[in-house]
Design a protein. Sequence first.
Length: 276
Amino acid sequence: MNTALEEFRPSAADEAAAAPSTLVAAAEVPRVVLAVDAYVLASPLLRLAPRGDGHPVLVLPGLLAGDWSTLALRRFLRRQGFHPYKWHLGRNVGPTAAVRAELPAAIERISRRNRSTVSVIGWSLGGIYARDLAHQHPEHIRQVITLASPYRLRTPGQSRAHNAYHRYSHLHAVEGDPAQVTGMSPHPLSVPSTSIYSRMDGIVAWQHCIEPESEQSENLRVRSSHLGIGFDPHVLYAIADRLAQPEGEWSPFAPPKALAPLFPAPDNPHQEVLDE
């Protein structure tokens, strides 16, 4: 059986992981302001990040966000020689019929227009969509990068976004929590994948953003917040590095020495550890 389709078996740590504390959640807003400031200050240095080959990159926003939230990321990617695409579906309120129909069509359209496979970056809920796209249409996907995406979410209490998600449940094509709705998201992918997560996440239990590493998958632990992870300069460097790899020559991320302290050793997803 294809390993990408093997049954997903949650561990005891998966079941026990709870949503971040109120204190960590409350720090999200000031920390995203700091991340944006850092992005602006580091913009000249980010020009030294790895450069791309012009291949298309579809960028998917998180819950209640739209293309405006990924503007800085897409500008950075364009400057570094990639061809970023918006998702063009307005505010992300969950798996609506439009989302479920348009994303597969968009991947096929972008791939055909560029005569190339497409890399997909998904932020939070957008990463759950990205992984499902890779399961459904691996022939069009070059690689998947997720940013603070809880694709192994098991219960509503493991995310502080639960109430916001279910506020729009009447618009969803199917009922249930994000990972349950998309179904295949927790399973290993058949294309290269990088999950970028932080123990400092104030929205989702970080344990649900990581998976066992394989020959073509990895977890990058960073020092970021949930809302600021798409602005932090060291995260943007890692994204560019992953995307700059020649197709078919994927290898694990190795940060330059100057940035190494910003990338702590990733966690074992099947072990419970204390939050920082």
